[in-house]
Write a protein that binds this ligand. Structure first.
Ligand code: ADP
Length: 297
């Protein structure tokens, strides 16, 4: 693989969610009405949109992020995390009187978790006028689908490529599916969407199914390629899919084709699984290129 991947200056526009994940550990989960004393507390930046925007930016693409934050300290924290990763935040929306999205996560001593996601401002994310031209527009389904559809419509009218990571899986209206050039579900999501053939029949050209440590499969009309994942010792697969989607779009925006971009994205995701967390685990383009070169030796 050559270093030109993800190296030219095509812009990626990510449209999606931003959450503050609040994690408490306790010996066990409380029963309804019960109060327990926990043992640990931590906060992490999250939301598929923010994770993917950080991944795209670290992978070397100029990256803009459309998301909605509350007018609160969590919103300010997430904004500064995006800025620190080089993400252009000029199009972030601030929704007064609405909290920034949160995930309330309780983990017990067996590692089992329960999660309550409160979309907050994410549910109010609206289409935004964007003056910069983007090569690729990337979205997920943690914000209202009509917002995704409208941003894809605008993207296509300007000749940009549209990429949807359909997570969490939700039935997609035919007029939205038709706007997607590339759809990237994991193996559970593709089933919930009715399978690869249904996506092709709906007008999607390229379907990339991610299969965790088993790699990916690329389905295009008359073409099917399975690519193995890079072998690593994974310690935390949180955000692997987000690392894949963000860096794939960075590579596509840089002029690489689907197969080259997919390899770059699998390398990015493999590195991310060797580090804790999602946002902090996203590698830089140079790290990914060194990793690919080392894997080829
Ligand atoms: P999601 O996080 O959306 O469920 P996957 O688990 O399918 O997504 O992971 C996305 C991609 O990340 C995979 O296709 C693979 O390339 C890479 N990946 C995930 N887990 C591993 C792993 N244990 N070892 C190497 N690569 C992995």
């Amino acid at each position: 693989m050559e270093a030109r991947q993800a190296s030219s200056n095509g812009r990626v526009l990510v449209v999606g969610s931003a959450n503050l994940d609040i994690v408490g550990r306790a010996p066990r989960h409380p029963n309804p009405g019960e109060t327990l004393i926990g043992t640990q507390y931590a906060e992490y930046a999250g939301g598929k949109g923010l994770n993917q925007a950080v991944a795209a930016s670290r992978a070397g693409a100029p990256t803009s992020f459309i998301a909605a934050l509350g007018d609160d300290t969590a919103g300010a924290t997430l904004r500064s995390i995006a800025v620190d990763s080089g993400v252009d935040v000029a199009h972030l929306q601030t929704i007064a009187g609405t909290p920034t999205g949160r995930a309330l996560i309780v983990v017990d001593d067996d590692g089992e978790n329960t999660i309550i996601v409160i979309p907050g401002a994410n549910a109010r994310c609206e289409p935004s006028e964007v003056t910069e031209d983007s090569a690729v527009v990337l979205a997920q389904l943690e914000i209202p689908t009509p917002t995704v559809a409208e941003m894809f419509r605008r993207a296509k009218s300007k000749g940009a490529r549209t990429v949807l990571n359909p997570a969490p899986a939700a039935a997609l209206p035919p007029d939205v599916l038709r706007l997607c050039d590339i759809v990237i579900p994991n193996e559970h999501e593709v089933e919930l969407l009715g399978g690869v053939d249904a996506l092709h029949a709906g007008g999607v050209h390229t379907v990339i199914v991610t299969r965790g440590a088993d790699g990916i499969e690329i389905f295009e009309p008359n073409r099917h390629v399975a690519l193995p994942a890079f072998a690593v010792t994974a310690i935390d697969t949180t955000g692997a899919g987000d690392a894949f989607c963000g860096s794939l779009c960075a590579a596509l925006a840089g002029g690489a084709d689907i197969d080259e971009s997919s390899r770059f994205a699998m390398a990015t995701a493999a590195i991310a699984t060797t580090r804790p967390g999602a946002v902090p685990s996203m590698p830089t383009r140079d790290e990914v290129i060194r990793f690919i070169q080392a894997s080829a030796d």
